[in-house]
Design a protein around this ligand. Structure first.
Ligand code: GAR
Length: 200
């Protein structure tokens, strides 16, 4: 089967949606590993409950980003991972992982990129006063939310929205969008040519 690793730092609601979709057979992929930089993350608890192997690490135990990523790379290779799926993994990725997984690493971000990259995207959208925001799934390159875009879903922003309310409505869409996009990968329907995304 097609094997994915999910990276998560937080609550893991996207991870849970992927787990549910794998369980129902719709994902067409096996979640073979959860990687987390936060031992206390709810995502880790969800993985253990679902019997998914977990690799957790504490960044402060390493002298650099590259040092812990080399260790992650070893885990990914051992688990024969086909696709890395970042789901609320709140760290930049270096060439240690970007290069070996070029065209095989994706992220989800709670805005319509290229608007509002980085932290607190929903807060940035409310602050700016946009009428539409949403969720974006994109390939990962070395930048902050800058890689080629695969799919997007729009969410309306109301006049009285708070960042938290908007974030929750965006996450509802993320939970639908991300499993669908992963299923496209598992079916061999996505290719990256340079910075062009081809969908079949
Ligand atoms: C998601 O909304 C995801 O788009 C966002 O973190 C949240 C994680 O939620 N990611 C980023 O902001 C990355 N720049 P989850 O842990 O419940 O899946």
């Amino acid at each position: 089967p097609y094997r994915i690793a999910v990276f998560a730092s937080g609550s893991g609601s996207n991870f849970q949606a992927l787990l549910d979709s794998a369980q129902s057979g719709r994902l067409g992929a096996q979640i073979a590993l959860l990687v987390s930089d936060k031992p206390q993350a709810k995502a880790v608890e969800r993985a253990r409950a679902a019997g998914v192997p977990v690799f957790v690490f504490a960044p402060k135990d390493y002298e650099s980003r590259e040092a812990y990523e080399r260790e992650i790379l070893g885990e990914l290779q051992q688990a024969k991972i086909d696709l890395i799926v970042l789901a609320g993994y709140m760290r930049l990725i270096t060439d240690v992982l970007v290069e070996p997984y070029a065209g095989r690493m994706i992220n989800i971000h709670p805005s319509l990129l290229p608007s509002f990259p980085g932290k607190d995207a929903a807060g940035q959208a409310v602050e700016h006063g946009v009428r539409l925001s949403g969720a974006t799934v994109h390939f990962v390159d070395g930048g902050m939310d800058t890689g080629p875009i695969i799919a997007q879903r729009a969410v309306e922003v109301t006049a009285d929205d708070t960042a938290i309310e908007l974030q929750l409505r965006i996450q509802e869409q993320e939970r639908l969008l991300y499993p669908e996009v992963v299923s496209w990968f598992a079916a061999g329907r996505v290719k990256l040519e340079g910075r062009r995304v081809l969908l079949f």
